[in-house]
Design a binder for this molecule. Structure first.
Ligand code: ZN
Length: 338
């Protein structure tokens, strides 16, 4: 893939209809994929150096949440070297921090999330075991992340040793950590009460089989994510969350439909509003929308790997704190951020 191949933003405005929308009118408008706020239907090419700080919501509504996300950053703290390779010059934690800072400065409610495989891929991990990765994410103000298979590459102890450097929540609902050093540190879910709306965030991890040696995940047990996703989402809803976000390291999709993936979770757990995926390193140009008959939708997104892209999904909320529309973009982390 050539470098310019990445430099395209996806930007779309969805009509009314994330979870919580009343059935009927909302369902109808969403299914027709009309745009809730037509004046915002034509957005400028995005992102550009100029538009990043000046971004205004196409979402409308009483209040707005900006969800920023990464996955499979794989210890890529520096941009890829300028060596003529396919990804030369792309990525870099400092540029990501700069971009996140600008978006935070322009928006009241921002969540920064990661879908796992933070570790492994550069000598930073081999030498320091994850400390600089976690410190960088903490400095950027990550709110929550889930665990990927590679986050166990130094074993449960290796991961537990790094937790003091992670100033953000680690969530996994289907890795049973009871009795391990991760107990109490890796939680099934967290809730962010942002006043006008309440966001529930939970994590799902991939099966260890063929990916993580038994001795490296000793004390941590994988459980079937499908039933747990359903249960956790229902529980978060019952606790008053009006937006439910799943950080998934299951992978976007597989030929074998019985293998859990972001798409099978979207089908099976309609209570979830956003599934931010990882593991398959999939560059989606825009979130995939699963439309529900009752007018709600679940969005599935994934932004490749190595921190080459930052995903952004804006959610508008109505006066009751229920989602009323969305828009999405992908920022390529490129030298325009230098
Ligand atoms: Zn993975």
């Amino acid at each position: 893939m050539n470098r310019r191949g990445f430099v395209r933003a996806s930007c779309l405005a969805g009509a009314a209809g994330l979870a919580g929308m009343p059935a009927g009118a909302a369902a109808d408008s969403f299914l027709r994929r009309t745009v809730a706020h037509p004046e915002d239907a034509e957005l400028p090419p995005w992102p550009s150096r100029e538009s990043v700080g000046a971004y205004r919501s196409p979402v409308g509504g009483a209040s707005r949440l900006v969800v920023l996300h990464t996955n499979d950053t794989h210890s890529r703290l520096d941009p890829f070297p300028e060596d003529g390779g396919p990804f030369a010059g792309l990525g870099g934690a400092a540029r990501r921090a700069e971009l996140v800072g600008r978006i935070r400065a322009a928006n009241e409610h921002v969540l920064l999330l990661d879908s796992g495989d933070i570790f492994q891929g550069t000598p930073y991990f081999n030498y320091f075991g994850g400390e600089p990765e976690f410190k960088a994410m903490s400095a950027m103000g990550y709110d929550a992340a889930t665990l990927g298979n590679h986050d166990f590459d130094n074993g449960v102890d290796g991961l537990a040793d790094m937790l003091p450097y992670a100033d953000f929540d680690l969530v996994s609902a289907n890795y049973d950590v009871a009795g391990s050093r991760l107990e109490g540190q890796v939680k099934p879910s967290v809730i962010r009460d942002l006043g006008a709306f309440k966001v529930g965030i939970f994590g799902l991890g991939i099966a260890f089989e063929r990916l993580v040696l038994a001795k490296l995940h000793e004390g941590v047990t994988y459980r079937d994510p499908v039933e747990i996703a359903r249960r956790t989402a229902a529980d978060l809803r019952a606790r008053g969350c009006t937006l439910i976000v799943c950080l998934s390291h299951l992978g976007y999709r597989y030929r074998d439909p019985s293998r859990p993936s972001d798409r099978t979770i979207a089908e099976a757990a309609p209570e979830i509003d956003l599934i931010l995926g990882g593991h398959t390193h999939t560059f989606l140009d825009e979130p995939e929308a699963f439309l529900r008959g009752d007018g709600r939708t679940t969005l599935v997104n994934q932004v490749g790997w190595a921190g080459m892209r930052l995903g952004r999904i804006d959610i508008g909320f109505d006066e009751s704190g229920n989602p009323s529309g969305w828009a999405a973009a992908g920022y390529d982390i490129d030298d325009h951020l230098d």
